[in-house]
Design a protein around this ligand. Structure first.
Ligand code: SF4
Length: 306
């Protein structure tokens, strides 16, 4: 990945955005749940986040998409807690059981500078939505001390467009899931029936800020194929192609495995069958989407999916 962070907005723009983000967190409306929790007083929201960012790990990671991990790794900051709380979450101890430790924005900035020193290609905020204010604040503090890596916003996509607007200038790459097309499934597995209605405006806002992924900057959409729900995949591929164009960069994932409470939610209590995986890849080939990666590529070569 090219180490070219975008030009940040003017200084007063940064301060105004940070203030607005912290204000949104006060009686929290950072994410679409808009639960109104008084996080500024330390109360925990539906996502279980309080006033301080809780972080499970800050380390280089080599399992992301090729241009994100590169050869020296992506500098991942794994935030604890989550505003989606999916029943099949593979990281549920971190996302739903509060594993991690509280940090200040300054400590977070220190971690980012350490990753830069270690040679990471970027800093990759994983599940950052509920800590948008503190993460942006940390970017600001780190930049003042010489931080110059691209910033990746690695998100479920359950975001508010108003919050994302305030992140403009802090983020270089949006790595955004497109999980559900159907409100019923979004409700059943994540209690987020509004997800399908908001995910496309969210991606649109991300594209407005950074454009389609060009190898160093832009939007990458991720889709995880789920067992028994291939129709969702078909709809999502279609929508991506028609709303955002064939040049949309897609990371197409067929490695689903049943974690956390998934066994209690058939049909997602199993892996994809070989037939399902093959059918999903067939849908992808027929979709007209041109850029990205599948697991069959072993995530080896950025570019064509053909
Ligand atoms: S980020 Fe957390 S506290 Fe804020 S609105 Fe969403 S669920 Fe509520």
């Amino acid at each position: 990945m090219q180490s070219t962070a975008i030009q940040p907005p003017p200084k007063n723009g940064i301060r105004a955005r940070l203030k607005a983000l912290y204000r949104l967190m006060g009686e929290c409306r950072l994410c679409p749940r808009e639960c109104g929790t008084r996080r500024a007083l330390g109360v925990q929201g539906v996502c279980r986040a309080g006033i301080r960012p809780r972080v499970a790990s800050i380390t280089r990671h080599f399992g992301e998409e090729p241009p994100i991990s590169g050869t020296r790794g992506s500098g991942t900051v794994f935030f604890s807690n989550c505003n989606m709380r999916c029943v099949f979450c593979q990281n549920f101890p971190i996302s739903q059981m509060q594993v991690g430790k509280d940090m200040t924005a300054a400590q977070l900035a220190g971690g980012m500078l350490r990753l830069q020193k270690e040679g990471a290609h970027n800093v990759n905020f994983v599940t950052p939505t509920h800590y948008a204010a503190q993460a942006a604040h940390a970017v600001h503090l780190a930049r003042r001390k010489g931080f110059s890596l691209p910033v990746v916003w690695n998100t479920s996509g359950y975001e508010r467009v108003d919050t994302l607007r305030l992140l403009e200038g802090f983020v270089d790459v949006y790595l955004c899931d497109y999980r559900y097309a159907s409100p019923a499934l979004a409700k059943r597995y994540s209690r987020t029936e509004g997800y399908p209605a908001l995910i496309e405006p969210v991606i649109e806002e991300m594209l407005r800020q950074v454009g389609h992924f060009d190898g160093g900057r832009g939007v990458i959409v991720r889709h995880l194929v789920m067992p028994g729900h291939l129709e969702e995949t078909r709809i999502i591929l279609n929508r991506l192609r028609h709303r955002f164009g064939p040049q949309t960069t897609l990371s197409f994932m067929t490695q689903y495995f049943p974690a956390h409470k998934a066994s209690a939610f058939p049909p997602i209590g199993r892996r994809l069958s070989a037939g399902e995986a093959q059918a999903a890849l067939g849908m992808l080939a027929a979709s007209g989407l041109e850029n990205g990666w599948t697991q069959e590529d072993d995530l080896a070569s950025p570019g064509d999916m053909e």
